[in-house]
Design a protein around this ligand. Structure first.
Ligand code: DGY
Length: 339
């Protein structure tokens, strides 16, 4: 009998076909987030959950007694209670790698858009407010030869550094773990402490994962350390920034502007943000290209199938569950052989 799998949103046919070849698949038909009570109901009887933009918490897991794998379609997995999954020996997987360049592209697009006032200028033209060419019109800030600060130097942070180098930027980074020398040399990025990063960056781009320590990484103190000419870019997670403090800094021009793809309470915006001209706001579309969404869906499917078929998934987040399973299995085998 094929194992039952629940998919929380419609995915590209290629990924669903692959899944359907091996599993009995049920797909939630709407591209909106199922709430935990409904998700719990849908997961009662399944062995695999392909989670796309949903919260998987105790409420869901408590009822999903047959669940063996939660395959998250996304690199960030702060939507999943990994500790609770681990306690229940449920494998959690994510989709790193396939969205690195796409997300870095968008971070750089935000950086350019806010520095050169692209969205504001587009609005100006569309609204018929452009009467004549003016020497003093819509001055923005240069990007080339400026300092790009990168907070979080994983795959996406490193991809951002590569883009910055293409613009002859000086690259600084801060990260929980310092990169090895070879990587620093190859990426042309220099490790600095947090405050130096804040003080010296003309553009500060966030690429840190959302962990409890990351909550409000950027607050009033950090914003005050930044240059009044600096721009803050966030394509990582909204809760890394204290949005109230950011709005105050943008209004007071303590910093020059911000490019945001993620928000503290998304999809709800801070009411003041949309009133400001020195921000560019996007609806969490960092990895939203056709190629990358397909790659994410395919990788999530491969992860899920691997676990259900007893293979090691390419991207386990809580690998200890796999080791436990392997140890337990061999223990059981040993005991059986002895008997
Ligand atoms: C990710 O992959 O983490 C994106 O933000 C989509 O959730």
């Amino acid at each position: 009998m094929k194992p039952k799998v629940f998919v929380t949103r419609p995915l590209p046919a290629e990924a669903l076909d692959l899944l359907a070849a091996h599993c009995e698949v049920q797909v939630y038909p709407s591209d909106s987030a199922l709430k935990p009570p409904q998700l719990a109901e849908a997961c009662r009887d399944v062995e695999g959950l392909l989670a796309v933009g949903v919260r998987v918490n105790e409420e869901v897991l408590g009822q999903a007694t047959k669940l063996r794998v939660v395959a998250n379609c996304g690199v960030g997995y702060d939507n999943i209670d990994v500790a609770a999954c681990t306690r229940r020996r449920i494998v959690v997987t994510n989709t790193p790698g396939v969205l690195t360049d796409t997300t870095a592209d968008l971070a750089f697009a935000l950086l350019m858009a806010v520095a050169r006032r692209v969205v504001e200028a587009d609005r100006f033209v569309r609204e018929g407010r452009w009467q004549r060419w003016e020497f003093g019109m819509m001055w923005g800030a240069d990007i080339h030869h400026k300092t790009l600060g990168i907070w979080g130097f994983g795959r996406i942070g490193q991809a951002m550094a590569r883009r910055g180098r293409g613009f002859d930027m000086r690259i600084l980074y801060h990260s929980r773990r310092r990169a090895d020398e070879a990587l620093e040399r190859a990426s042309g990025a220099r490790f600095v402490d947090r405050d130096t990063l804040l003080r010296e960056s003309d553009f500060l781009s966030l690429h840190a994962p959302m962990t409890p320590e990351g909550y409000h990484l950027i607050g009033g103190r950090e914003l005050r350390l930044m240059k009044p000419s600096a721009f803050l870019i966030n394509t990582a997670r909204g809760k890394l920034i204290d949005e109230e403090a950011l709005v105050a800094a943008l209004k007071a021009k303590t910093i020059a502007g911000a490019g945001l793809d993620v928000f503290e309470h998304e999809p709800h915006l801070h009411p003041e943000l949309a009133k400001l001209d020195n921000v560019v706001l996007l609806p969490h579309v960092g990895s939203a290209t056709g190629e990358t969404r397909l790659a994410m869906a395919t990788l999530a499917t491969e992860n899920l199938l691997a676990v259900l078929q007893g293979r090691r998934p390419p991207n386990a987040v809580n690998a200890e569950v796999l080791n436990y399973s392997a140890d337990t299995q061999s223990q059981v085998k040993r005991q059986r052989t002895k008997a």
